[in-house]
Ligand binder design. Structure first.
Ligand code: NAD
Length: 443
């Protein structure tokens, strides 16, 4: 099939590339000339493991191309996906749909034959109908249908998630639309991936409900972790103990500094806003949002406490800046709350991230940028791990101990074992686990 993908961000570029890998002919469109220029030169503007090879292979095979020309892309396509951003609107937390609606209008202007317009962006209930209305108003003569196909991929594992999803959700209301979507996802269909056909509004709500549930699960274990610290219990044992219950499941039960990233923060807020709009408040999610916001700031306090209650004139080494490993995405990363709070309290911050430094430098000021974790540790009073990149999991503890002014670590991702830190002679704080103190000192 011939596909146009509008927006070549994390979702558009991965989805477009994977559709071409399925054998479809895909034209990816973006407004951003730098992005399209880079892609046309064979450069991948985002970090996503495995994406560069997949893009190259499909470009070479003639199935994948990039353009700024939305008109040509739409005119050559049977299905047009909208995969533009839907950031939080300042002030009220509602999803900013201006990019989606602008794309809908541009698509309408370009249409020349029957086109299935599919929203892949995460959009609130009712957006698909509004897209329909905009297209109809722009081009009363157009032959089209609107469907919803929310995306569930995770950055860092995006290709695997797209190629082997738990399910595909399609809000489509005619046989014709369902047939096009079924054809697009045929390789998955043959693999027996559940493909769930629903009404437009249902598909839109499924995406928000899924993200809000996952954000709630993370927040739940984070609060349990806080209790664990008070009652001398290891939260990882609790996670395992409850996660083995099939009704609960073990995923998203890792305590940490609070969820971040380009989806959970904005999608929970947008769902809360939708609930209010329809006079059906989502109190659980409102609470999740509030707890998570406070938590990020509290993590800075935890680091300050590890420094004896003040970081004034002290140096903090920060390892990891992105909201999770495997991506260069800095959107709503906990580091963006924690580092400024440490600086405000008087700390000098030395930081390193394997992939996020380029973006981080645009968002954080007065940080001493380092080449690796060891350089960041040089002369620091405390070392804080904010993201669980693999290269931070097995650092040479003896070397770190020598580089640090004092051997203190705050591990907000629980990637080290308390026993090994004790043996290495560190004072060690983690999340939801008893701290490790040098002999003779009590917590
Ligand atoms: P992004 O900000 O990385 O990319 C959006 C791209 O769309 C940008 O490159 C922008 O230039 C382009 N764009 C905007 N308007 C355009 C237009 N009219 N024509 C052409 N290009 C246009 O966004 P993203 O992270 O890929 O997210 C896209 C959507 O997918 C959002 O709704 C998001 O919530 C959802 N989503 C994201 C993820 C994720 O992990 N990032 C996962 C699932 C769903």
């Amino acid at each position: 099939m011939r596909v146009a993908m509008i927006g070549t961000g994390y979702v558009g570029l991965v989805s477009g590339t994977c559709f071409s890998e399925f054998g479809h002919t895909v034209v990816c469109v973006d407004k951003n000339p730098d992005r399209i220029g880079a892609l046309q030169r064979g450069e991948i503007p985002i970090f996503e493991p495995g994406l560069d090879d997949l893009v190259m292979r499909n470009v070479k095979a003639g199935r994948l191309s990039f353009t700024q020309d939305i008109k040509a892309a739409v005119q050559g396509a049977e299905a047009v996906f909208i995969a533009v951003g839907t950031p939080s609107r300042r002030g009220d937390g509602e999803a900013d749909l201006s990019y989606v609606y602008a794309a809908a209008k541009e698509i309408a202007e370009a249409m020349s034959h029957f086109t299935l317009v599919v929203t892949k962006s995460t959009v609130p209930v009712g957006t698909g109908r509004e897209v329909e209305r905009i297209i109809r108003q722009t081009r009363p003569d157009a032959d089209f249908e609107v469907a919803s196909n929310p995306e569930f991929l995770r950055e860092g594992a995006a290709i695997e998630d797209f190629m082997r999803p738990d399910r595909v959700v399609c809000g489509a209301e005619s046989d014709r639309a369902r047939e096009i979507l079924r054809n697009l996802y045929r390789p998955l269909y043959l693999n027996e991936t559940p493909i769930l056909f629903t009404a437009l509004e249902t598909a839109e709500l499924i995406k928000y409900a899924a993200n809000a549930f996952l954000a709630m699960k993370i927040t739940f274990i984070n609060e349990i972790a806080d209790l664990c610290e008070k009652v001398n219990v290891n939260v990882q044992d609790v996670s395992r103990g409850i996660g083995l219950d099939g009704r609960i499941g073990s995923k998203f039960l890792h305590a940490g500094p609070g969820y971040g990233g380009s989806c959970f923060p904005k999608d929970t807020q947008a769902l809360v806003a939708t609930g209010r709009k329809f006079s059906s408040p989502l109190q659980i999610i409102e609470t999740v949002v509030a707890i998570n916001d406070t938590r990020k700031r509290r993590m800075a306090e935890k680091i300050i406490a590890a420094c004896g209650g003040s970081v004034k004139g002290k140096t903090v080494a920060v390892l990891g800046l992105t909201f999770k490993p495997g991506t260069d995405d800095m959107r709503d990363s906990p580091s963006l709350d924690i580092i400024p709070a440490l600086q405000k309290a008087g700390a000098v911050v030395r930081a390193y991230d394997p992939e996020g430094m380029h973006e981080a430098k645009k968002l954080l000021n007065d940080v001493v940028w380092c080449q690796d974790g060891y350089e960041a540790a040089e002369g620091a009073d405390v070392l804080a791990i904010l993201t669980e990149w693999n290269q931070f999991r097995a650092m040479d503890l003896a070397r770190l101990k020598e580089l640090l002014k004092q051997p203190v670590m705050v591990d907000l991702r629980n990637i080290y074992k308390p026993a090994e830190m004790e043996q290495a002679g560190f004072t060690y704080y983690s999340v939801g686990r008893p701290p490790v103190m040098p002999a003779g000192v009590s917590a």
